[in-house]
Design a protein around this ligand. Structure first.
Ligand SMILES: *Cc1c(COP(=O)(O)O)cnc(C)c1O
Length: 393
């Protein structure tokens, strides 16, 4: 069995490209070219040069000593929080902007919810001097003022989506409409392992640098490149897929994906997709998503904006259904407490998204000495308001 995409763009029952006819030429151009471009030597050289000197890779693999004592296992943190712009998202936007250039594109569009992907996109557009338009729900623009200011300072145009619930889903619709109207000169940078084929595979390849490095670093530090467990949080699933990628075919490595339970999986305020979801089509691919019995997408909830998404990427749906990955969830409260714990035990303030992966360590009963790698997907600067309110700081 393969856990990777097939010729037709599917992972088992999931994936594909469910798109309006009008988008077909754009997606087809990408599908026909992405593998060739990524494999090109000159592309690889430029990609790795920017990852090294601009992003600051390789990100360290840090053996967290006090956390290891607490859990009676060797807890290694893959430090994506130390990347330029503070999270893993930039790995993907660097890859996609280099690809867009090679396709002759002059203009970049993106959608963003919390603004993190918008900032990562605006950053690489400034770096390469490309025009950048970011679609964002009107409600999110009000909620995420600092990220909107960052995007504007980076030279991006932020366009408000004013239809529907005025959030991520509506911003995505606006971005699709833009792409249909500008098929020749525009590339659409999607921010996670979601969307029509080839996006999930393309984004996973760009993020796979996380596990490529981790495997090598673990071998250097322990003499064995295969950990017992890898853990990562899942919104759409790009940091998790990056963390899993080079371990997927090594069945000794247990893959644990941590979703946001919000106020509890049965509370009505949750984003625990595999627990609550059913198979269906969302944002251009067949996957698992939270929906009502008549197929309406259910509004998700999580304290962390990056995990507040009603679906997961199709490769995750496949890993879940085949049992290769274990999909679990932790609540808002558990994640916030884990964020405080890491801060006070290791002096690292994590993004609340990443704190979800850390929180699951509390529920694992290690027998002693296991090697465990946790993807620390981002830093907590952006979350200080939430931490301050919750802990009364
Ligand atoms: C956006 C984000 C996530 C969630 O996105 P994935 O595609 O699931 O990785 C997780 N952590 C951080 C820090 C983020 O910014």
């Amino acid at each position: 069995m393969s856990y990777f995409v097939n010729e037709k763009g599917y992972y088992g029952d999931f994936g594909g490209a469910y798109i309006p006819e009008m988008l077909y030429p754009n997606v087809e151009e990408l599908r026909q070219n992405y593998l060739k471009i990524i494999a090109d030597e000159n592309f690889q050289e430029e990609f790795h040069h920017l990852l090294k000197d601009y992003v600051g890779r390789p990100s360290p693999l840090y053996l967290a000593g006090r956390l290891s004592d607490r859990y009676k296992a060797n807890i290694f943190l893959k430090r994506e929080d130390l990347n330029h712009t503070g999270a893993h998202k930039v790995n993907n936007t660097i890859g996609q902007i280099l690809l867009a250039e090679r396709l002759g594109k002059k203009r970049i569009i993106a959608e963003t919810g919390a603004g993190q992907h918008g900032v990562a996109t605006a950053t690489v557009c400034a770096l390469r001097g490309l025009e950048c338009v970011v679609y964002m729900g009107e409600v999110d623009i009000k909620r995420q003022a600092p990220n909107v200011a960052r995007m504007k300072m980076l030279g991006a145009k932020v366009v408000a989506a004013t239809s529907g619930s005025k959030t991520l889903k509506d911003a995505t619709n606006e971005a699709m409409r833009d792409w249909i109207n500008n098929p020749v000169d525009t590339h659409y940078i999607i921010g996670s392992v979601v969307g029509p084929h080839p996006y999930p595979d393309m984004v996973a390849r760009f993020q796979s640098v996380i596990s490529e490095e981790a495997k090598k670093q673990l071998a250097e530090q322990t003499g064995n490149g295969s950990p017992d467990y890898v853990l990562a949080c899942v919104g759409g699933g790009s940091n998790a897929m990056g963390m899993f990628y080079h371990f997927i075919d090594d069945e000794q490595v247990k893959l644990i994906a941590v979703e946001a339970a919000g106020k509890g999986v049965d509370s009505g305020f949750s984003a625990a997709t595999t627990y609550l979801g059913k198979e269906g089509v969302l944002h251009g691919s067949r996957s698992i998503l939270m929906q009502t019995h008549d197929g309406q997408v259910v509004e998700p909830h999580s304290v962390s904006a990056g995990l507040d998404y009603p679906g997961i990427g199709p490769q995750h749906a496949h890993l879940f259904k085949t049992g290769r990955g274990r999909y679990v969830s932790v609540t808002d409260d558990e994640a916030l407490q884990a964020g405080l714990l890491l801060t006070q035990m290791e002096g690292i303030i994590p993004a609340i998204e990443s704190a979800h992966a850390l929180a699951y360590l509390e529920k694992m009963n290690f027998t002693g000495g296991e090697n465990v790698v946790v993807c620390l997907s981002g830093r907590g600067d952006k979350d200080m308001d939430t931490y301050m309110k919750y802990f009364g700081l």
